[in-house]
Design a protein around this ligand. Structure first.
Ligand SMILES: NC(=O)c1ccc[n+]([C@@H]2O[C@H](COP(=O)([O-])OP(=O)(O)OC[C@H]3O[C@@H](n4cnc5c(N)ncnc54)[C@H](OP(=O)(O)O)[C@@H]3O)[C@@H](O)[C@H]2O)c1
Length: 317
């Protein structure tokens, strides 16, 4: 079969022949139909992600750990965790029986690869207990996940949406998607802190962490004695840094509540969120910006830096 083959940690996968996987008794062979290439896949292949040792424990290897495929009977499924060194970026892969879920009817495989990213924004409801009419700040709104969060916040009935990013051109695009106001996080610290304070937010969906969120937490500290309505912050991503410093007074006096996106998630809730996102997708209320490329273009596609909030989706065959 053809596959994207990684020969060295930190290298770029190449389109090459690779031995076909053979399914064991507890495994199933899948024809791969679509795979989203995300930053996490690149970090794993670069050896800089904590999961690198797990997913790239032998070379050569095929990157990407999830995707959409067809079972031998043709049923389309979302799958995860191929048996190493097989990965998702190939014509075929092999997974444990049960390591897949049938796709909702009517969703095309490329779009299906991005539904999980949209679901992260549903943590607005599950983790933060959002109620319609509240102000939502999407921290890191110019990426794929952030742009989807702006759309989802609108669909859930946000009263006002504030979007942040570090590039004015992209922030204009995010405004066109439905944000009511935008903030550029590349402003100097004091200016940014003032902008956050003026923007206000009931709930923050945070895809950045690092410096921008450190300043945001500072901005929540009341400047005079008051009983502020605490902001709820949902931590989802870390594009701007894996760590930050929180001054004790930020928590003490603002009453800010910080949740992980997984708060209140269980299998039944995930099903419910999935069904909602699928319904919006099928009705056309939720749209996805994808760049579809054939597997044969993987080497160039892997190195693209012009995606601007569009998800790269590799479509084998
Ligand atoms: N993909 C998922 O399904 C998923 C699910 C849950 C969580 N997450 C996490 O959410 C985060 C965003 O994911 P994504 O898929 O949206 O990625 P993405 O499309 O690559 O977007 C990354 C975003 O982060 C911004 N950014 C990168 N470095 C920055 C920095 N130093 N300072 C400020 N902004 C910075 C980028 O700004 P520019 O556009 O200006 O470069 C872009 O808006 C990641 O941490 C990811 O692991 C992703």
């Amino acid at each position: 079969m053809k596959a994207a083959v990684l020969h060295e940690i930190g290298g770029v996968p190449r389109y090459e022949d690779f031995p076909d996987p053979v399914a064991g008794d507890d495994e199933v062979l899948l024809d791969v139909r679509a795979v989203a290439v995300e930053n996490v896949d690149k970090l794993i292949a670069a050896g800089t992600h904590y999961a690198s040792r797990h997913y790239v424990d032998q070379l050569p290897a095929i990157p990407a750990f999830d995707g959409i495929g067809a079972l031998p009977d043709g049923t389309l499924v979302g799958f995860g965790n191929p048996r190493r060194p097989y990965g998702a970026l190939a014509e075929k892969t092999v997974v444990a029986k049960g390591a897949y879920m049938p796709l909702a009817d009517g969703i095309d495989p490329a779009t299906a690869t991005v539904l999980g990213t949209a679901i992260t924004a549903m943590s607005l409801k599950t983790a933060a207990g959002f109620v319609p009419g509240e102000t939502v700040l999407v921290q890191g709104a110019t990426g794929v996940a952030g742009r989807l969060a702006v759309r989802v916040a609108r669909l859930l009935g946000a009263g006002r949406i504030v979007a942040t990013g570090r590039d004015d051109d992209q922030l204009r695009e995010v405004r066109a998607l439905g944000a009511d106001a935008v903030l550029n996080t590349s402003a100097p610290d004091e200016e940014l802190e003032r902008a956050y304070r003026e923007a206000g937010a009931d709930v923050v969906l945070d895809y950045l962490w690092g410096r921008p969120t450190e300043i945001l937490l500072r901005a929540l500290v009341p400047r005079s004695f008051a009983f502020p309505k605490p902001t709820r912050l949902v931590q989802i991503g870390e594009s701007a840094g894996a760590a930050l410093t929180v001054a004790a007074e930020s928590l003490r006096t603002s009453g800010v509540e910080i949740y992980g996106a997984a708060r209140r998630l269980d299998a039944a809730t995930m099903q419910e969120l999935y069904r909602q996102v699928v319904a919006w997708t099928l009705s056309g209320e939720l749209t996805f910006d994808l760049v579809r490329v054939p597997l044969s273009d993987i080497e160039t596609a892997w190195q693209r830096t012009d995606l601007r909030g569009r998800r790269l989706v590799v479509v084998p065959g």
